[in-house]
Design a protein around this ligand. Structure first.
Ligand code: AMP
Ligand code: FE
Ligand code: FE
Ligand code: ZN
Length: 284
């Protein structure tokens, strides 16, 4: 089977609506696709209602989290597959993260405006139907002609990890995010653990701590990982007994990556589904 376990819709920072996402997944020849928007379940119902025949939908999420490393905090993303979307502590935590994203994006835009850049908060806000993020600001910068492409906004001059206008939103402490997901019957998988161009990555010791806390898998095959990174992560997953997943992290037209660029092997997918007790994968 062709299985892509990490994609975004307009419920966060993708450009396909959830209905377009599942249609495009079927057209790309996928058998299984996971919808994993940042910090919310807002795309689930539309994706489920539009599910084409022959495609299986894995309902998921990508949680903005942070790990305590020696002397500092390191941001990371935690995928969660098939959690109960009504589990109150998870719902409450995600609402706080989305709320903090609004304040943070508004502060980023205000700092740009203070420097004389002609952005409008209303225009940026209107780009986001769910969790607002840096990609919405990046698209605004592109449309204003201030940068040529979305990825050119992720630099030191703008909103890259060390960028002039970078600000952090609230992050969920990663061990709490893992336990919230597990308590909701979901399956936590560490997203792009070696994506160093996004910022500092966490240490192997922290991954071991996450594994002991209930992490199920590592997203080894990801467009941001080179071959050496994938080899190292595969070794770490084997050492810690973690499932190895692969995915595109598709964002529609906001990133060049196509659906199915990286995929997950059938046994790994089956292990993820077997570990879930929240909701089931859906087939039309
Ligand atoms: P945020 O969650 O608001 O901090 O924004 C992070 C999102 O920005 C990620 O989920 C990606 O979709 C996107 N992103 C991060 N780095 C880059 C990059 N170098 N080029 C394009 N998009 C990026
Ligand atoms: Fe994103
Ligand atoms: Fe991510
Ligand atoms: Zn993602």
């Amino acid at each position: 089977m062709r299985i892509d376990l990490h994609t975004h819709s307009t419920a966060s920072d993708g450009t396909d609506s959830p209905a377009e996402l599942v249609a495009n997944a079927a057209a790309a020849g996928l058998d299984v696709v996971a919808i994993t928007d940042h910090d919310g379940f807002g795309g689930w119902d539309e994706a489920a209602a539009a599910l084409p025949a022959g495609l299986t939908l894995v309902r998921g999420i990508e949680i903005s989290a942070a790990a305590d490393e020696v002397g500092r905090s390191v941001d990371l993303h935690l995928l969660g597959y098939l959690p109960d979307p009504a589990y109150p502590p998870l719902v409450a935590e995600l609402a706080e993260v989305r709320d903090s994203r609004v304040h943070r994006a508004r502060r980023i835009v205000a700092a740009m405006v203070a420097d004389g850049h002609p952005l409008s908060w209303e225009s940026v806000r209107a780009r986001a139907q769910g969790a607002v993020g840096r990609p919405h600001i990046a698209s605004e910068l592109v449309d204003l002609g201030l940068v040529p492409t979305v990825s050119d906004a992720f630099t030191d001059a703008w909103i890259g990890p060390h960028g002039r206008y970078y600000l952090s939103e609230r992050k969920v402490p990663v061990l709490r995010a893992i336990s919230l997901l597990r308590d909701a019957g979901g399956v936590p998988v560490f997203a792009h653990p070696g994506a160093s161009k996004r910022g500092t990555t966490v240490s192997d010791e922290t991954v071991a701590t996450m594994a002991a806390a209930g992490l199920v898998g590592l997203e080894v095959d990801h467009p941001d990982h080179d071959e050496a990174t994938r080899t190292a992560l595969r070794g770490l997953a084997a050492d810690l007994g973690l499932v190895v997943t692969g995915s595109s992290d598709y964002h529609g037209s906001r990133k060049p990556t196509l659906l199915g660029t990286n995929t997950t092997a059938d046994p790994a997918y089956e292990a993820v589904v077997a570990a879930a007790t929240g909701v089931l994968p859906l087939s039309a």
